[in-house]
Every structure is written in C-alpha cells, then in structure tokens.
Design a protein around this ligand. Structure first.
Ligand code: TYD
Ligand code: MG
Length: 459
C-alpha cells in the first residue's frame, strides 16, 4: 500500500507545490523559498479553487441571457482608487491590497470604509493586528464614522464567517490575511496553507453572499511570512501600494483586474489626517525641479490612461576604478546599459570609462520604453556638461540602431506637457502628425538619437 503523504512543500514566493524540498523553485527560480506544510485531509478537494461542488453551475446557461445590472459597481468616493479598480468596487469581488508594512494599507481601507459607511453601505472592518482602541485612535484622525461601520478584532476564520453571516455587511475588510487562521489547518497563521485556506474561504463567502471583500497582505522581501504572491491567482483584483516610506506620496498600482484595465495608478499623499488624492501627479513629480542643472530632462510616460511627466537625472563622471559603475533608481539598469551602448556605438560617445547614475526623481518606477529618449538626452547632457532647455520634454522608444520609434498616445503626452507650461516637445518623427495641433507647444520630430542630440545641444 502506498504510504500516505503527511506533508508537502510550497514555494513561499509563487506557491509551487512539490513532494520534496528543493533548493531552487522550478516555478519562479527563487532560491530557498520552500517550506514544509502538513497536509490536511480533504483540503485539496476544494482548497485552491475555493468552489464547493454545490456552488458550481451544473446546467449550462445561455450567455446572451445573463443579465448585468449597473449597480454592480459601487463608487468609493476616492477617485484615484475608483480609477485603479476600473470604476468602483464590483459587488461580490475579492480584492487584494498588498504592500510593505507601514505603507498605508490599513489607513486607505479605513478611509474607504468611512466614505462607504457615510453613504449608507454596511461595512465590516476585521482587524487581526490592532485592538479596537488602536483603530479608534487612527479613525479619529480620519474623521467622523457612523453606525454603518462595524469593527471586529478577530483572527479566527470560523468566528469571522459566523459574524459575516449574522450581520450581512456589503463590504468586508480583512486586515491582514497573514494574521487569520482556520482551526482545520494545523500550521501557524501566515503560513502558505493558512493564507490559502483563509482566502479560499473568504472567496466562498464573497461569491456566495455578494459581499465585496478587501484583503490586506503584507509583502516581505525576506519571505518570512507567506507573501500575497501565492494568492494572486485566487482573487479578482490585485492592487499594490508602493512608494518610499520616508516620502509622503504613495502609488497604488493595479497588477491584476478581472473587471478593468491594469497598469492604472492612483497617486496619494500621506498627511496628518490620512491619505489625500494627488489630482495632478505630473505637477507633483516635477515639484522642486532644478532648472539650471545639466543631466536633467523631463519625459512623459503613460501610466494606464494617464500621462505622467517625470524628471530623469543622469550623473556621468570618470570612473576611478577599472570597471565603471552603473546605478539606476526608478528604471531598469539593463535598459540604461543598453542605451549607453547605443550611444557609444552610434554617436561615438566614450562612455566605456564612465560611471553613470540614472535617477527618476519623485521615486516613481517607470517600465515604459517611451522614456528611452529622455534617458539618452539626460546621459548626453550629463556627459557633455551642457544643460538643456528647462521648457523641453522628450519621449520616444530608442532601438538598437539608434532609431527613435513611435510610442502610443503621442497627443495625450504633448497635451499634458502643454498643460504644465512646457513649450518644446521632442517626439518620434512618426508621431509628429498626430501631435502637431496642440497649441502652445513646438513639436520636433526626430528619426534617430543623432537628430535629437543635434537639436538640443547643437552638436
Ligand atoms: P498603516 O496604514 O498602518 O500601514 P499598513 O497598514 O500598510 O502597515 O500605516 C500608515 C503610516 O502612516 C504610519 O506610519 C502612520 C502614518 N499615518 C499618517 O502619517 N497619517 C495618518 O493620518 C495616519 C492614519 C497614519
Ligand atoms: Mg496595517
């Protein structure tokens, strides 16, 4: 008879399952992420999908006959959050809010609860981290709460389910998933099995009773607590809170959204009385920009549907050691290395013996290749010690032969630049036609980086 398995190994980073321990996870290639978890009898039957057999639809439905009602979405009253959610909270949905400890997840959700409860929505905030009086202290900073806002300090899932069934709230917040535990699972709260089991059960509660559930999940770099990464595929929406803990602004980024577009961001500022929305993030990001420095260029990136102006700074200096040092903040170091190689080869700049530090100010992390041209011009300006016009914005993707390639939504970007008082825009030549009728801005189309450098520095 086959020996019954008593434990299984999970990758804490991606949730990969294995019968034996492994040094490197075949799923995500991370090292030392496997932890042993005891197997609970029957847990695999409905563990991951969260659907019991009884809940499944056994008879097929005619798709065209299924009705959707408009009120399935509920505005939160925080426009930045609504945008990231795709227009409001979808009823019966499960949303995971991840982020480093102390970034402001509890504060944001408490604010959401407050606004919803003032609109007459019944809200239940379940905290496993703070006591009632600690939450009250925080709530007092945020404003007035009314009787629709219920609070429960509890970590047992069984009790939580009972309370939800008894009170029938429309919105539930679980703060945080790492503190919740189910009696049926032997391992400690925060372990992969507990976190998965808790999410699966909350999924049933959410879908079965059309309750919108927000789950808070801490992300720790060390992976000591099961990160919310293992839950991403179970929930409908994943939002990540990013930002420097020492700076006051916070960025809420949609990573997955079954009901809207991803890539949208919401920008907030942490103040004394909670998070406030930043309505014009471009202005915020460019605040305090040095106008007389070399190596500084403003570029424009599209974050979802919104253009965002950011400043790129490059410091290029001779290396004191054999191997040049390259460092970036807010952008991909490999991309910068590639662009420097293109500059060396196509323009003939001797960058091989230079250290380079490239920084996106404001702490934003930008992935879009549209800022390539901005990075190139910042490096050239820093290398030549020549400053660029402070009223200039440059964007465009740079290819390996030094060509400047088209980017999407050129006109939206140029319009955003015009709105903030910029008067010159260097854009890919193929985008000139769509951008040329924005008033107050001179649009310069460039085919390759030589043309762009020629225009800004006259060389
Ligand atoms: P918190 O929301 O508890 O973070 P998380 O739940 O993600 O761990 O922490 C927010 C931080 O913000 C905390 O350091 C205190 C600070 N804060 C303010 O600056 N203003 C406020 O009004 C509140 C409530 C918190
Ligand atoms: Mg918290």
């Amino acid at each position: 008879m086959a020996k019954e398995r008593t434990s299984i190994f999970f990758c804490q980073s991606c949730g990969y399952e294995s019968a034996k321990w492994m040094g490197q996870c075949p799923g995500c290639r991370e090292w030392n992420t496997f932890v042993e978890e005891p197997v609970r009898k029957g847990s695999m039957k409905h563990g991951v999908s969260g659907m019991r057999t009884a809940d499944r639809v056994t008879k097929p439905m005619v798709l065209s006959e299924i009705e959707i009602t408009e009120e399935d979405r509920m505005g939160t009253g925080i426009a930045e959050l609504d945008r990231v959610l795709g227009g409001g909270i979808v009823q019966g949905s499960l949303t995971l809010v991840g982020g480093d400890p102390g970034i402001g997840k509890s504060t944001l959700l408490l604010q959401v609860c407050r606004l919803l409860s003032l609109k007459g929505v019944k809200v239940l905030y379940i905290s496993g981290e703070e006591s009632g009086s600690q939450i009250k202290m925080r709530a007092d900073r945020l404003g007035r709460f009314d009787a629709n806002m219920l609070l429960l300090c509890e970590t047992s899932l069984e009790t939580i389910e009972e309370v939800i069934q008894a009170n029938k709230p429309q919105v539930v917040v679980i703060d945080s998933i790492q503190t919740m535990y189910s009696e049926g699972v032997n391992s400690a709260p925060g372990s992969v099995s507990q976190v998965r089991e808790a999410t699966a059960r909350l999924l049933q509660v959410a879908k079965g009773n059309t309750i919108s559930v927000f789950i808070v999940g801490h992300v720790t770099k060390e992976g000591t607590v099961a990160g919310p990464r293992v839950l991403e595929h179970m929930v409908d929406t994943v939002l990540y809170f990013e930002g420097d803990r020492h700076a006051s602004y916070r960025i809420l980024r949609g990573v997955k959204n079954r009901f809207g577009s991803t890539n949208e961001i919401g920008v907030f500022e942490m103040k004394e009385n909670g998070l406030t929305e930043v309505l014009n993030p471009s202005e915020y990001m460019l605040n305090g920009r040095p106008e007389e420095a070399n190596g500084c260029v403003v570029s424009c990136s599209m974050e979802g549907t919104r253009p965002l102006l950011i400043e790129i700074q490059a410091l290029v200096c001779h290396t004191n050691f054999g191997i040049p040092r390259r460092q970036t903040t807010g952008t991909d170091i490999n991309r910068v290395n590639l662009l420097m190689a293109v500059l060396e080869k196509r323009v003939g700049l001797q960058l091989g013996s230079c250290d380079a530090y490239v920084n996106i100010t404001g702490g934003m992390r930008i992935q879009e290749p549209a800022i390539d041209l901005g990075i190139v011009l910042a490096i050239v300006s820093g290398f030549r010690n020549q400053k660029l016009s402070p009223s200039l914005v440059a964007f465009g993707e740079v290819g390996l032969s030094g060509e400047v390639r088209a980017v999407s939504q050129g006109k939206t970007r140029v319009t955003e630049a015009a709105k903030l008082g910029f008067t010159e825009c260097i854009v890919p030549a193929s985008c000139v036609k769509e951008c040329s009728n924005v008033s107050g801005v001179k649009v310069i189309g460039v085919k390759n980086i030589e043309e762009a450098i020629q225009y800004v520095l006259g060389i």
